[in-house]
Design a protein around this ligand. Structure first.
Ligand code: ATP
Ligand code: MG
Length: 341
């Protein structure tokens, strides 16, 4: 049994005074194993946050099931309930907004511990342990968020998440408000914490460079569907879905000397999630489109062990020497950046 299992998750938001709905999540399946990281990547509006909120039990799915440690999430069994006893936590995108400006850091870190049966001495010990683990000094416990830098504030956000010793943390764009140095430091910290604590992460991001380093598995989302999923290695070195390749082609590595060919240019506009096309959602933008793509959604194919894709034409992508060439270059460049840090 995986730590977290998502089965056929659907989430539609009704629109006031209308019979239509926003089809935010359209039949998603995935699992997160104990201690591993799964990244959800995709453009803005692809449904990543909505999945995160469903996982935490903060919103009710339209259909499908979410199991955490084999138990169904929903109703009173959610991230805020005592029933979960701090086993699931959340780290937000904007550290400043997620911390109470009128509270000392110590109070912020103590708050989630109230759901646990733990002595006040035990609480103090945990708080001092986590502040050290996230690389902050003890004197910061007596400070207010405004006295800290944004990177330090995000460290507090992470400390607050780990203080209950959770099994799973949902991280929704945890580094996108940070500058590149603070971003790299936070990613290193998250990797290190996972090694020492064994916490699993559901890592939501549209930053592929970040995802590449932190995730064991990657799920690429497009219009509420996971169009491709695999290990980080499979997705980054042999992507098979035209959308995944398109997304990666648009990644700008922080190196102006890299001559980056555009492998797949996705043309046209993203369809509206209120009025999704009948066949493949990418059909209107895909350079490999055929008639069947416009009429029927392709079935899920397993292209390698643990590597799945929703595309009729995934073999054509694999055959493109230019693509493989490009990704080798991409990877070499990424390794170089990593070794410089
Ligand atoms: N409460 C809501 N009511 C109506 N529509 C919503 C609601 N929340 C999200 N949506 C819509 O659902 C779709 C998915 O949104 P979501 O926030 O999950 O995307 P995302 O992948 O997290 O995007 P981003 O990268 O911008 O954070 C979007 O079309 C969004 O407008
Ligand atoms: Mg989001």
């Amino acid at each position: 049994m995986a730590l977290l299992e998502i089965h056929e998750l659907v989430k539609h938001f009704p629109i006031t005074n209308s019979r239509t709905v926003v089809q935010a999540v359209n039949g998603v399946n995935f699992a997160v194993e104990k201690g591993e990281t799964l990244a959800l990547v995709g453009e803005s509006g692809s449904g990543k946050t909505t999945i995160g909120r469903c996982v935490l039990g903060l919103i009710k799915p339209t259909a499908g099931q979410i199991l955490f440690q084999g138990r169904r999430i929903g109703g009173k069994h959610n991230v805020r309930s005592r029933g979960l006893r701090g086993k699931m936590q959340l780290v937000f995108q904007e550290p400043a907004e997620s911390l109470d400006p009128r509270r000392h850091i110590r109070d912020t870190l103590e708050e989630p511990l109230r759901a646990l049966v733990i002595s006040s001495k035990g609480r103090d010990k945990r708080i001092e342990d986590v502040i050290r683990r996230v690389g902050l000094s003890r004197k910061m416990l007596e400070q207010y968020p405004a006295e800290l830098s944004i990177g330090q504030q995000q460290r507090v956000g992470i400390a607050r998440a780990i203080v209950t010793q959770p099994e799973l943390i949902v991280l929704d764009e945890p580094t996108s408000a940070l500058d590149p140095t603070a971003r790299a430091e936070i990613i290193d910290l998250l990797i290190e914490l996972q090694k020492s604590l064994g916490t699993a992460y559901l890592f939501i991001s549209h930053d592929l460079n970040t995802v590449r380093y932190i995730s064991k598995r990657v799920a690429v989302m497009y219009l509420g569907m996971i169009v491709e999923e695999g290990t980080s290695e499979q997705i980054f070195s042999k992507p098979r879905h035209p959308y995944a390749v398109g997304l990666m082609s648009s990644v700008l590595l922080p190196n102006p000397n890299l001559n980056q060919p555009s492998v797949i240019n996705l043309i046209g506009e993203i369809p509206s999630p209120i009025d999704l096309p009948k066949g493949c959602y990418l059909a209107g933008r895909c350079p490999l489109v055929e008639d069947r793509c416009r009429t029927k959604m392709p079935a899920l194919r397993e292209v390698a062990d643990g590597h799945t894709v929703f595309c009729y034409n995934y073999e054509k992508i694999a055959a493109s020497a230019e693509t493989i060439d490009y990704f080798e270059q991409f990877q070499a460049e990424a390794e170089k950046i990593l070794s410089l840090r």
